[in-house]
Write a protein that binds this ligand. Sequence first.
Ligand code: UDP
Length: 239
Amino acid sequence: SKTPGSYSRVMLKISGEALMGDQGYGLHPPTVARIAQEVKSVHDMGVEICMVIGGGNIFRGLQGSAQGMERATADYMGMLATVMNALAMQAAMEALKIHTRVISAIRMDEVAEPYIRRRAVRHLEKKRVCIFAAGTGNPYFTTDTAATLRANEMNCEAIFKGTKVDGVYDKDPKKFADAKRYDNVSYDEVLQKHLGVMDASAIALARDNDLPIIVFSLDEPGGFRGILAGTGTYTRVHC
Ligand code: UDP
């Protein structure tokens, strides 16, 4: 399988919280702009880019169901939150003159394209960044699963999961000074030890299709580009 320096098509998964900066909620435009710049620097290398953005900075299904709302309804609200984030990211990328398409798993034709697999592949071939919104379109799933699903459908060579830390640790590195980072870890070990890379259904879907997950820090300026150029610190989750 490929080494990070040789990827030509990748999926970038970021959580909604990555867009909120130091605020406790919502979108922080300078942070969105900074991430757009990170994506541009990889786009400039000629790499084809898919993106999935979560919605946790606005709404999570579990939050709604904890307040007595039916889970499916709350999940649809969460999916709509991801559409807002996708539009914010599209605006930030277009300000940098990058062509993008927001492609929604839930039809809303005035706002975003519907998901048509072959059309999305064509966008990638034309070097448009595809931002996949509304998750999988189904309640009871997460945007991690959506990222894995779309990465498989688009034949991405890996999922890049941008987080606050530079990889997968055996315990929380922000709480434990002796936490150890893995360079490589298997899907099964992630599942068995509950290492918190992505949720279990997403990990299993990646494992069953042999899709590597590269966990890296989105806070590190130039980090995303660095890994694609073959340098930097990250954990590679694979077989
Ligand atoms: N969601 C869903 N189906 C999907 C993707 C997302 O129902 O395929 C809902 C779910 O309620 C979730 C919310 O959208 O809590 C936001 O997504 P997620 O929690 O994955 O966002 P993140 O944690 O990455 O910000």
